[in-house]
Design a protein around this ligand. Structure first.
Ligand SMILES: *[C@@H]1O[C@H](CO)[C@@H](O)[C@H](O)[C@H]1NC(C)=O
Ligand SMILES: *[C@@H]1O[C@H](CO)[C@@H](O)[C@H](O)[C@H]1NC(C)=O
Ligand SMILES: *[C@@H]1O[C@H](CO)[C@@H](O)[C@H](O)[C@H]1NC(C)=O
Length: 441
């Protein structure tokens, strides 16, 4: 699954030298050809048959090992003490337990008006008491390949963070996907509550269904209200308290990544905030990210107290002083790197312990981790412009092209930033007016 080897990726880049670009430069937008999200029925049947076969094997094993489960069902069971504690539990249910984590999050035709509020606040302590009660629908999902590939709206699953991160860190070994996979860009909104620029984003996404997915991490108890047709409707993930500047911010980022990883079609992962807006149209953003050989995580080390000065020697030898990095929290990651960030426990534990104020894990953990493990796959720059100034049409135009160049897949381009923050909510009207002119969406 390295860039360029995706079996079902869209057929190449249509290199139209639109506008002033040309020569050896990338110019955007590059028109994506829309493709149907279709399922190969022959393959699907074969897979369903295989799954049924596997199900039979599991049921057989479960039945023959019922005594084992009943005698070892202590609280150390990964399913929680209640999950497999009853020897009278039907064998089918035991088999279904294997799919519980998938099934629990798959309820896409339910009434998702609550937008995830009902699912917030559930943690690992509750998880210990969790009863494994499979609805007929959930049991059916054991055999539902499509539900496995895309578990649907993210609200309401009851996985704890360790369960979620473990589940999300799975990677297929087979080189080809047994379904038509159109890569999607996952937009991860890290917010305290309302999304003042939702109307702008809705316009940005309009007409591109199937090429993106949205995940929102708000504070527990906050329930955003969106029209049913909105891309934000039902996209709030089960959340936890976040205190800015602490490791809980990294936890929230990992939670967003992990929820998005459950959808196997998500290929690129962008973290955005409530003050963040797109400065190009969807086609440009999509092609830029999906065809990029690099991820966009700012990463640098300069000898000032706010950067090198935050390094804690207690992190050696895992993280040496010269390996320490800093960068903007607003990352863009490929699927491969996102999986590794979610799976990492070693460096995460180190940062949790040794990066406390005035060290801020959200500015150091991912840049340092990528430098250590995946340096060559990072562009070391961010695609999210940050400015605290007021916004004008000229300002947005300058972010789109301020005359400087950056490298994209090794070639110079003037398109360096795809998103911008910190915009004040009052800028919404101005920005909406810009969609028909500069922004072009
Ligand atoms: C980013 O930095 C790493 C070192 O961490 C380096 O190996 C890599 O080549 C840099 N990426 C680019 C695109 O220059
Ligand atoms: C353009 O943006 C870059 C990156 O932030 C900045 O370093 C540079 O000074 C800007 N150039 C102009 C002409 O504003
Ligand atoms: C947006 O455009 C409309 C129509 O041209 C204009 O009346 C309105 O004042 C503009 N709003 C802002 C915030 O610029």
């Amino acid at each position: 699954m390295k860039p360029g080897t995706l079996k079902s990726r869209r057929g190449g880049i249509e290199e139209e030298a639109s506008g002033s670009g040309g020569g050896g430069e990338y110019s955007f937008p590059l028109a994506p050809a829309r493709r149907e999200y279709c399922w190969s029925s022959g393959l699907l049947k074969a897979v369903v048959a295989l799954v049924i076969l596997m199900g039979g094997v599991i049921i057989g094993l479960a039945a023959s090992s019922a005594n084992y489960y009943s005698s070892t069902s202590t609280s150390t069971s990964v399913w929680g003490s209640a999950a497999l504690s009853s020897s009278s539990m039907p064998a089918e249910a035991a088999a279904a337990a294997a799919a519980a984590s998938v099934a629990a999050s798959n309820n896409d035709d339910g009434d998702d008006d609550n937008n995830g509020a009902a699912a917030t606040g559930r943690g690992s302590s509750h998880h210990q008491k969790k009863k494994l009660k499979m609805s007929p629908r959930a049991q059916g999902l054991l055999l539902d390949f499509r539900g496995f590939v895309d578990p649907g709206p993210p609200w309401g699953h009851s996985m704890s963070d360790p369960e979620l991160f473990w589940r999300a860190s799975m990677v297929p070994r087979a080189e080809e996907y047994p379904f038509q996979r159109v890569p999607k860009v996952a937009f991860l909104f890290l917010t305290r509550g309302p999304l003042p620029f939702a109307p702008l984003w809705e316009r940005f996404f309009r007409g591109h269904e199937g090429l993106f997915s949205v995940y929102v991490h708000a504070l527990p108890g906050y329930a955003g209200r969106y029209r049913r047709s909105s891309p934000f409707h039902g996209r709030q993930i089960p959340s936890r308290e976040v205190s800015w500047g602490s490791i809980t911010l990294v936890d929230a980022e990992k939670r967003l990544l992990a929820n998005a990883l459950l959808d196997w079609s998500n290929q690129r992962f962008v973290l955005v905030s409530e003050s963040c807006v797109p400065v190009f149209n969807f086609r440009t953003v999509y092609e830029y990210l999906v065809n990029s050989a690099h991820s966009y995580v700012e990463s640098y080390n300069i000898d000032v107290p706010q950067c090198a000065g935050r390094y804690n020697p207690a992190m050696a030898p895992e993280v040496m002083e010269e390996q320490w990095r800093k960068g903007s929290e607003w990352f863009e990651l490929s699927r491969e790197l996102a999986v590794d960030v979610v799976a990492d426990q070693r460096y995460y534990a180190l940062f949790r312990r040794h990066c406390t104020p005035s060290c801020y894990p959200d500015e150091h953990y991912i840049p340092t981790y990528l430098h250590l493990r995946h340096g060559a796959r990072n562009a070391n720059r961010t695609v999210t412009w940050v400015d605290w100034a007021a916004t004008t049409a000229g300002f947005v135009a300058a972010i789109r092209n301020n005359g400087t160049r950056c490298l994209y897949n090794g070639k110079p381009t003037t398109v360096c930033y795809l998103f911008a923050r910190k915009f004040a909510p009052s800028a919404l009207g101005t920005l909406l007016n810009l969609t028909t002119t500069i922004l072009d969406f």
